[in-house]
Design a protein around this ligand. Structure first.
Ligand code: 5GP
Ligand code: MN
Length: 384
């Protein structure tokens, strides 16, 4: 197959910065966002496999909070340091690594209790100690001009793939120029294009695009999938492991949400689901069990907005700003078409995100957060 048609997305500045950072570093910490999803896990573990293929030996993957069981089979997941289980080891690795790589993450606030440590690394930004690979709308590291931030990219995993792809192109470019052949380029790519790497990238791309169904999908994405499939990975088995892996508890929780908890606001084409701590306990809800519930009401005809709120404890690092609140609501917003939810998330719920997929939080109960949302609907939602 001829793969040379894949365009270069990363700029020379981004690529050379990343290459320089990687070449110089002995110890490397890779971190991704809290409540990691398939793209967070896929992009950060794929980065691990890429670095190992380059001969890096001291590579530590860190996640700020636990990851769902349906992602625990990903190659390399067994080596991850989870902050909640090993706080000292996670913070130490993040503090002392020569290089920190953030994937699916562009700001230090989205790593739960590790925020202060990651913020220190952002503040101490120098030419060679931080790589950011993100596709969220508001990566905020204004002091990191070489950050690899593409909100138009459907997943961070795709960006990790492109970095590896172009990195090898950069390394081999000189030789290729001399010999006039692509042979050494293909050999270089074969060294990182392993089934483990491909599995992680594919999982991230698949989960962040709803199995390649969202409007963020672009033609080159399918070229990348074709390249990944040449490694022999079984895409159907990956789908099965991720999407057909619900626990009975999760299935019942979804039923409860849709039957008992979903409120519809037809005038605003909106749906709202809330879950308090008592309800989550009743259904034995674990990290990841609530994932995706927010998308379901959008399947209802004429519902274009969906909001899901769940109650969390307030972690110690947020207590000073929580004004004595005992709990907080973690909120997901989704919409369809030309109906932004990120403005509401940003202005009212301390969050942000993409036009059609945003998140935020509210210090207080989910009932109070719901009241606030209902109060704000006329201002932020289109009636049509
Ligand atoms: P989710 O609803 O899946 O948690 O998040 C959807 C999107 O909203 C994320 O990809 C991210 O862009 C954005 N998002 C979620 N939570 C927050 C938050 O607390 N702050 C900001 N700035 N964005 C968030
Ligand atoms: Mn992502």
């Amino acid at each position: 197959m001829n793969f040379t048609a894949l365009s270069d997305k990363l700029t020379p500045l981004q690529l050379e910065h990343a290459a320089q950072c990687i070449k110089q570093a002995d110890s490397i910490a890779i971190i991704t966002h809290q409540n990691p999803d398939g793209d967070a896990m896929g992009s950060s573990l794929a980065m691990r496999h890429f670095l190992l293929s380059l001969g890096k030996q001291n590579v530590t993957n860190i996640v700020p909070t636990s990851f769902p069981d349906f992602l625990a089979w990903l190659p390399g997941a067994e080596s991850i340091i989870q902050y909640e289980q090993q706080p000292e080891a996670a913070a130490n690795a993040l503090r002392t690594a020569d290089l920190v790589i953030c994937t699916d993450l562009g700001e230090p606030t989205r790593v739960a209790a590790l925020s202060p440590v990651l913020a220190e690394r952002f503040d101490a930004y120098a030419q060679s100690n931080l790589i950011i690979i993100d596709h969220h709308l508001s990566p905020v590291c204004s002091s990191c001009p070489e950050q690899i931030a593409y909100p138009d990219s459907a997943s961070a995993s795709e960006l990790v793939f492109r970095l590896a792809w172009q990195f090898v192109g950069l390394q081999r470019g000189f030789m290729r120029g001399k010999s006039g052949s692509n042979q050494s380029l293909d050999e270089g790519r074969a060294s990182f294009l392993t089934p483990d790497f491909a599995t992680c990238i594919y999982t991230g791309m698949m989960t962040d695009t709803g199995n390649f169904s969202y409007n963020s999908c672009h033609p080159e994405m399918y070229s990348i999938i074709a390249i990944l499939l040449t490694t022999g990975i079984n895409k159907d088995a990956i789908y099965d492991r991720v999407f057909n892996a619900y626990t009975a508890d999760r299935m019942r929780l979804i039923g409860y949400c849709l039957y008992h908890k979903m409120k519809l606001f037809p005038e605003f084409h909106a749906a709202l689901i809330t879950l308090n701590r008592r309800e989550m306990y009743r259904f034995n809800a674990k990290s990841g069990d609530m994932e995706g519930i927010v998308n379901m009401p959008l399947q209802i005809k004429d519902i274009y907005y969906s909001v899901f709120m769940r109650e969390d404890k307030i972690p110690p690092h947020q207590q000073p700003e929580a004004n004595g609140a005992k709990v907080k609501a973690k909120i997901s917003f989704r919409s369809q078409g030309d109906r932004p939810v990120n403005i509401l998330a940003r202005e009212i719920f301390r969050g942000g995100g993409h036009m059609n997929a945003s998140g935020g939080e509210f210090f207080g109960s989910v009932d109070d957060a719901a009241k606030k949302f209902i109060e704000m609907m006329p201002k932020y939602l289109q009636k049509e």
